[in-house]
Design a protein around this ligand. Structure first.
Ligand SMILES: [Zn+2]
Length: 143
């Protein structure tokens, strides 16, 4: 039984559910995802909206899974630090094409010991979906 949040600037779950909390069993996911960036590509504005969806629940969450893109990494990682999230509470997912840069941002904010999942560009959304579905199914997290 547990609760996690998943944040992604790319939408990876397609359903009609408007509720941020998914799952009605023992394992629940606070899903904060975005379908597309607003005109102008204001990454910071988008990231702050996504973060606002989980901000009040942070203390009650077992894990916070965050997809880090090249632009969003430098917004989400500092937000995690500002909110005093422990490295053990975080799972960072990113793409191999941004690996060097994203890991530098992660290290800079003291999160080098956080769990990191580096995936290929082509399957990043599948990786996110897998984390989401597995947790809802049986509370498991990537090892
Ligand atoms: Zn990529």
């Amino acid at each position: 039984m547990g609760k996690i949040a998943i944040i992604s600037q790319h939408r990876f779950v397609y359903d009609d559910c408007k509720n941020l909390w998914r799952g009605d069993g023992e394992n629940r996911v606070l899903l904060s995802q975005c379908e597309e960036l607003p005109g102008g590509g204001d990454y910071r504005a988008v990231a702050l909206v996504l973060w606002s969806h989980i901000a009040s629940a942070l203390a009650s969450l077992d894990k916070v899974v965050i997809y880090l893109g090249h632009e969003s990494a430098r917004i989400f990682v500092p937000l995690a630090a500002e909110n005093d999230l422990a490295p053990e509470k975080l799972i960072f997912v990113y793409c191999d094409c941004t690996k060097a840069y994203v890991e530098e941002v992660i290290d800079r904010d003291g999160y080098s010991s956080a769990q990191k999942i580096c995936c290929h560009c082509s399957d990043r959304l599948e990786v996110m979906k897998g984390i989401y579905q597995n947790f809802l199914a049986d509370g498991s997290l990537p090892s």
